[in-house]
Design a protein around this ligand. Structure first.
Ligand code: SF4
Ligand code: SF4
Length: 482
């Protein structure tokens, strides 16, 4: 008897789902979607009753009318795809990225000052991790140049790198932003490479000249905006408590009308009382004309007045489902929909991501504060506890390694049996710190929510791949996914 003949098979680790009348498996160790045909479906059903030996399965398949070579090919395909595994198969831990993983993105916090006082702000609110006392409020050109040189120097052989401008309110330091665009473009070109830019803003300081500059330089813009006036003005307020909607509405309209080179995105923070996702989406998409709208529940400890409780999150999920159904209808007609919470997950499914870490923080991405301090990402900028070094001396590899080891999926034992881990990987390090006091803790407060949402996106992916697969190709090209 050969080694293959003596094998005993069992089912691999997957999440099964149906879409468009077909059955799919989301193969967890690979982060890949596998469509079952009739034969594979029967075999999976057989093994769900208990393990079986190779010979036994072959005999069953042959007795059901399969030729010996077809049955053998089927078993081989399912085995190599890890739909079925042998008794001895052990879960391979995901490897640590190399210590010199090349940088792709730099988030530059041009200032830690803001002209708004949004109640929930993670930089100034009750859950802030920043310790800006005694540090510069605005980045200067010398620090900015050093940051650009650092990015180019640490990005290995990458042909293009990305700079995101952030704040405080980014546009409070617009002269520096212009200087960085010129300097980085020149330096990258001198090395035969490219750099592209984006920024996040509250839109209060946008002017026609700034909009023209952003459009001419193809700078992607994300506006933090929470919906129509009655919702937006609840928490996005000036220091005197006045809402900011009236100030930003005409500026946002001018931005969307005159910035012609990149899609304009709205980023909505959901809070207690600001959970009317569909109404917010309609307002931002149809009334104001944003191209894409993404939603995120506020990051906060659970006892804050503006935090969303479990019932509120269930309501958010219901509304997400409405927009997800709409996203699918659009995709089946070959049209793009602007709900980026679906688009972002579909993009990850197309790429077949299988994350060792939830995001690029401290890996392909770092944040730099006005003082030149390096942080895992923009949310940790200016925090002494989370500093990963300084732009003048580079990354402290020991601190980086500690952050990445704690945040690695291998360290999050609760996640090891979760089928959603290739996409979630335990969730945002910053949220974990705010909730649990440890950047490496899994965000266990939202697991059911995440699994429900991931299942929804898998069904959309499955339905589109079954009914209109060309759309996924167009989508990938448009998002420039390789
Ligand atoms: S945090 Fe929860 S949902 Fe995310 S991978 Fe871990 S167990 Fe799964
Ligand atoms: S740690 Fe959180 S906020 Fe920072 S990049 Fe990752 S997901 Fe985003």
């Amino acid at each position: 008897m050969t080694a293959t003949e003596s094998r005993s098979y069992r089912l691999g680790e997957f999440h099964s789902f149906e879409a468009a009348g077909r059955r799919f498996l989301y193969l967890v160790p690979a982060g890949a979607v596998f469509e079952l045909d009739d034969a594979a479906e029967k075999l999976v059903a057989r093994l769900s009753l208990g393990d079986a030996a190779h010979d036994e399965l072959m005999s069953e398949l042959v007795s059901k009318g399969y030729s010996y070579p077809d049955a053998d090919e089927l078993l081989g395909e399912l085995y190599h795809s890890h739909v079925i595994v042998t008794g001895e198969t052990v879960r391979e831990p995901l490897a640590n990225p190399p210590a010199d993983f090349p940088l792709q993105s730099l988030v530059m916090n041009l200032t830690n000052q803001c002209n708004l006082s949004c109640t929930y702000c993670y930089e100034f609110g009750e859950d802030k991790v920043a310790t800006p006392e005694g540090k510069p409020k605005f980045m200067d050109m010398e620090t900015a140049r050093a940051s650009v040189d650092f990015l180019l120097g640490q990005s290995g052989t990458r042909q293009s790198v990305h700079i995101t401008f952030f704040g405080g309110e980014t546009l409070m330091n617009f002269p520096l932003l212009k200087g960085v665009v010129a300097y980085a473009t020149e330096q990258a070109a001198a090395q035969g490479r490219a750099v592209d830019f984006s920024l996040t803003t509250n839109a209060t300081l946008l002017t026609p000249a700034i909009i023209e500059f952003l459009s001419e330089n193809r700078i992607g813009v994300t506006v933090s905006m929470d919906g129509p006036p009655d919702l937006h003005d609840k928490l996005r307020v000036f220091a005197n408590g006045r809402g900011s909607y009236d100030i930003i509405e005409p500026r946002v309209k001018a931005l969307i009308a005159n910035h012609r080179t990149r899609p304009i995105t709205a980023r909505v923070t959901l809070t207690n009382g600001v959970t009317d996702v569909v109404r917010i989406y309609r307002h931002l998409k149809q009334d104001l004309g944003f191209h894409e709208i993404g939603f995120a529940p506020v990051t906060t400890s659970p006892d804050r007045l503006y935090s969303i409780n479990e019932k509120g999150m269930d309501g958010v999920l219901e509304q997400f489902h409405i927009l997800a159904d709409e996203w699918l209808e659009f995709a089946l007609r070959g049209e793009m929909h602007g709900f980026s919470n679906v688009s972002d997950t579909i993009a990850e499914l197309i790429q077949g991501v299988n994350k060792s870490h939830p995001c690029g923080a401290a890996l392909g991405l770092v944040g730099v504060g006005p003082s030149g301090d390096i942080a895992p990402c923009h949310r940790f900028v200016d925090s002494d506890t989370h500093s990963l070094g300084h732009i003048s001396t580079g990354i402290d590899r020991e601190k980086q390694s500690d952050f990445l080891t704690r945040g690695h999926i291998n360290s999050k034992y609760d996640c090891h049996t979760c089928w959603a881990r290739p996409l979630c990987a335990g969730g945002c390090h910053h949220e974990a710190f705010v909730r649990y006091g440890d950047t490496g803790h899994a965000n266990l407060h939202y697991c059911d929510w995440i699994r429900d949402w991931t299942d929804t996106c898998l069904r959309i992916y499955g339905a589109v791949s079954a009914v209109n697969p060309g759309f996924l190709e167009q989508f990938a090209e448009r998002k420039a996914l390789s």
